[in-house]
Design a protein around this ligand. Structure first.
Ligand SMILES: Nc1nc2c(ncn2[C@@H]2O[C@H](COP(=O)(O)OP(=O)(O)OP(=O)(O)O)[C@@H](O)[C@H]2O)c(=O)[nH]1
Ligand SMILES: [Mg+2]
Length: 380
């Protein structure tokens, strides 16, 4: 069929869409990581961009959230990747506005989808910019989490999948890194931070998935080493960091989880992250939004079409609730029917038992009557 072929061609041309947000205080290596991940300079490492004159250091500048789109070729599949950097996060004395800004950005992408979904005429050029995963860069202190880390992850986890990473992991010794990973995971558990922990279901998932996810989970938070330099090591071109005492290879699994994270993000877990974003995080947001009343966003600037959309949304929500109620009733009726059927079967069984007993008793009675009759017969 021509139309389906065309649709597929379009999808191939557009590629798979995926969106990663990177957050962490300045200098944790977000820019270098993104450029390493994409294999090209996607972000500028212009530190001066948010350099502040010492005399103005007390002025909170807020953060500038900047999405950048880059096309990657992952084993023949085109991935249209959106990278959202959050420069300036954690630089202020009071970081409250930073949280609000990031949450605001995440929610705006959900609002856009909500509006697009309810549009009568869809915009063919609409781009879904929902963030599928937030990589949170933890400073390599060798200790557990700091208050800022806990607060950011806790507050943002309702809106986005969070994967914590230890930035610049090459600055810790292997023992320090292992200890730090342990302390961070203990904190995450203690503060009940719902990070994306490669979820699996022992009863439902296949063995391979369980094994893979358990392995990835055990490596959390991922140790990240990034570099923009490509070095020649024995004829091999490798991305590495060169120090006077030696070379740190970005992809060496002995001390870096970079490859593991990359293949999970852009390969094995891309679909799962997108699914959770759509089915769970967005759905929750949507329900919250609609149950609060769609008029949250009603303002005087709404035109007729938008107003129509909003009332359409309300009706849709009402329909959904009615449907749920109907389903409940259906289930209850079904349960009652099953109960009645079982009762009936029990009665039937009792009846049959009675019948059998009656037959047995009556045939026994006939037999004994006949016997008596024989005994009474005069012998000839
Ligand atoms: N040791 C080490 N240094 C790194 C690593 N990644 C980046 N760096 C260095 O850390 C410094 C800051 O890196 P950036 O990538 O600019 O960090 P950023 O988080 O983007 O910083 P801002 O954009 O200024 O907030 C640079 O000097 C990098 O070379 C790493 O994995 N290990
Ligand atoms: Mg940067």
């Amino acid at each position: 069929m021509a139309s389906i072929g065309l649709h597929r061609k379009k999808n191939l041309k557009k590629g798979i869409q995926f969106c990663i947000m990177v957050a962490g205080i300045s200098g944790t290596g977000r820019t270098t990581f993104v450029n390493t991940l994409c294999g090209k300079n996607v972000l500028d490492s212009a530190a001066e961009e948010h350099y502040t004159e010492p005399k103005n250091a007390h002025v909170d500048k807020g953060i500038s959230i900047k999405p950048v789109i880059v096309d990657l070729d992952e084993d023949g599949t085109r991935v249209s990747l959106t990278i959202v950097d959050t420069p300036g996060f954690g630089d202020n004395i009071n970081n409250e506005s930073n949280f609000t800004e990031i949450i605001g950005y995440l929610e705006r992408q959900y609002d856009d989808i909500l509006a697009e979904e309810s549009r009568i005429k869809r915009n063919p050029r609409f781009r879904d910019n929902r963030v599928h995963v937030l990589l949170y860069f933890i400073t390599p202190t060798g200790h557990g989490l700091r208050e800022l880390d806990i607060e950011l992850m806790k507050r943002l986890s309702a809106r986005v999948n969070i994967i914590p990473v230890i930035a610049k992991a090459d600055s810790l010794t292997p023992a320090e890194l292992a200890e730090s990973k342990k302390l961070i995971m203990e904190d995450i558990e203690h503060y009940k931070i719902p990070i994306y922990n490669f979820p699996y279901d022992i009863e439902e998932d296949d063995e391979q998935t369980i094994e893979e996810n358990a392995e990835l989970r055990s490596r959390l938070p991922f140790a990240i080493v990034s570099s923009t330099e490509i070095l020649d090591i024995g004829g091999r071109q490798v991305r590495a960091r060169k120090y006077p005492w030696g070379i740190v290879e970005v992809e060496n699994p002995r001390y870096s989880d970079f490859l593991l994270l990359r293949s999970a993000l852009l390969g094995s877990h891309l679909a799962d992250l997108k699914e959770i974003t759509h089915d769970f995080l967005y759905e929750n947001y949507r329900t919250e939004r609609l149950s609060k009343g769609v008029d949250v966003r009603v303002d005087s600037s709404l035109n007729a079409e938008e107003l129509a959309n909003q009332s359409y949304l309300l009706k849709e929500e009402q329909l959904r609730r009615d449907e749920e109620k109907l389903k409940e009733i259906e289930l209850r009726v079904q349960r009652e029917i099953t109960e009645k059927r079982q009762e009936l079967l029990a009665r039937e069984y009792e009846l049959k038992e009675m019948e059998a007993r009656f037959t047995r008793e009556s045939s026994a009675a006939t037999a004994s009557a006949e016997e008596e009759l024989h005994e009474e017969e005069p012998k000839t």
